[in-house]
Design a protein around this ligand. Sequence first.
Ligand code: 5AD
Ligand code: SF4
Length: 462
Amino acid sequence: MHELVTLQANLPEAARSPLVDSDGNGPRVYMRTYGCQMNVSDSQTIESMLADSGYRFCDSPEDADVVLVNTCMIRESAEVRALGQLANLSSLKKGNPGRVIGIMGCVAQAKRKEILDSHPYVDIVVGPDSYRRLPLLLEERFISPPGTPGLLETTLMREELYDDIVPRHHGGVTAFVTIIRGCDKFCSFCVVPRTRGRERSRPLPSILREIEHLVSQGVRDIMLLGQNVDSYRWQGRDFADCLLAVAELPGVVRVRYMTSHPTDISDKLLQVMGSHEKICPYLHLPVQSGNNRILSEMNRPYTRERYLDIISRARRYVPGLALSTDIIVGFPTESEHEFEDTVRLMEEVRYDTAFTFKYSERPLTKAAKLTDDIPEAVKVARLERLIDLQQRIAREQNEKQVGKLTEILIEGPAPKDDMMWSGRTPDFRPVVVPRNGECIGDLIKVRLDALVGFTFVASRQH
Ligand code: 5AD
Ligand code: SF4
């Protein structure tokens, strides 16, 4: 590392960053990302900032001068994985003491002191609102004498939106675009409001500018991201306005979004979804539980009846709507009878996809004050029951699609067969179709002929 610093001596003034060598090459960064799409999107923002400061990227931590891990702590298993990574990083540091190790993301935010106290080889700990400081922290770290205590930057900043930074796009037809950061819902089980801070929306013009830029790079399918996209508010514009503005941008072929909260879904939004062909008929609407007492304990301010009413309105406004959800089993005090309400809700809604989780006690949450009293074996049994049920429903939902005429957006060659394209229907079902002169990013008409597992085999229609 120090070698890089001395190389600077010969550079002209304008290029004299302490990190860039005489050939104009900066240190190599290896970045690993865990967790949700928000973390993926944040990592792309970080990559963009580092690239602007002259850093290069590499595919292996052994080749890197800087190793960054973007962590998730939504459930204990994710946190354990992140902390397990820290143990591996210790040997990387031993292999090259000049290598800078940085921990970012939600675990960095919530466990900052523990990380520095018990992992002295960690150089930098940065929370989700402080990534803008990363280039400076790295510079500082490169020139600190060995043994200097690690640097910490975890202030939660209400106004940070990284709005002026265009995230580094990794190619492909799909891109994630963050439109709102943080969360104010404080579901009793969830650590996110503590690690990602208060909710704030990005100005609409900068969202549209970023998407125009992505379109110029070949992106066709935009996924708008946020912990609660439906809470979007900017100068009197709501999420429906934002969604419509994105759908109307030239070059955008599809727009999708996640995640939604049942209390914020408006009829206006459903109407917009149903009226614009570029807006995908897909709604991810976490229910978490089908029982009203548990919903109230979870601080989810809706009832099962209200949720079901939103689902039927959504299906009325958006014909052919595909639905997905998140469900937690084994929340403290959840009885067998209350769990059955969730099973019945799943049967009633008939989701196309469901993400099901065992309750995991998280620090700093309201539910952590309750005893995590549902035995692991009971949680596992409830989870397996939901997974089995959902698999059956998803298969039946898919079988109903066979024979249908639809459109797919070509994303790339099929993973197992180079002679086929792989793409998705508007409601996000995976499809393969024989290649016949089309290009990546084309929208083509197909008929869904057969199902193999959860993938459709289609034929081209003209
Ligand atoms: N335990 C289990 N699942 C959780 N989720 C959030 N917090 C927890 C927790 N403590 C799930 C919720 C949320 C999804 C992203 O993760 O279902 O919607
Ligand atoms: Fe967590 Fe609830 Fe906010 Fe989603 S809405 S991030 S589950 S607190």
